[in-house]
Ligand binder design. Sequence first.
Ligand SMILES: [Fe+2]
Length: 272
Amino acid sequence: MLDLVPWRHVVVDVRSGDRLTYEVLVGCFRGEVPGIRIPGFYDQPELEAVLTCIEKRVESARDYQAIDLGTVYGVPSHWEFEYTEGDWDSYWGKADAGEAMRREDFSSVGDPVGTWTALLSAAWPQDVVRARHPSTGRMLYAGLVRSGAPLLHFDRAPFDFPDFGRDVAWQLGINIILREGGCGGDLRVYRQLGMAPGNTADSGESPVGNYGLSERLVEGIPSDDIPCRAGDLVITGNFFLHEVTPCTMPSRRLTVSTHAVWLRDGTIALFS
Ligand SMILES: [Fe+2]
């Protein structure tokens, strides 16, 4: 008889000496566990130092009002060109500016891209690198600072960014919660792969990217809620449908995030 275990996220308490392991990372990539939570990855003084810098920029953040998401450094996600205006020519200038802002804002705690690379490298036998554009070889941006509480969606490079995505076997999202959006605001992951692009949102609008998908896609599907408290680092397999649970002040919620993809050459590559 099959030994069925509940589909629940794994807690790795690095402050008490726990380590993120290869087995847990592979399990998360493949959806055997819905996610990994490292509580208190940043402590309160670290959060305050970072937030003091980021809050100065929030006013001028790029905003996707239809889906209530903001991108503080104004760097577009790779998937946007499929849906909105934007092109690679203008991307590179924004990516360079975003790199400078991210390094400056996180100087007190260390650039999160370096932090994620070190965390994954300690568990992964092959290289952890920055993703590069498949034809130009230029380094893609990583470390999106985002406001808002994303609606039901999935992230899937083979669909969002096909030229690059054909080398992608599995995909994780890594988020550090910088500020909560009041009560709620946890990450709900459904045990259902997001494999059907072009679904219509419940609002009747065309989805922006894969955001705002119909809740009918997840009716009756088992799910797990991963608590997202300020300072936590949360990893989830983001081929799976996921959303942030309702919160009382969604526009206050701030995260810094990256995608981490397992490429067919065995490396992990980071990009946003
Ligand atoms: Fe996502």
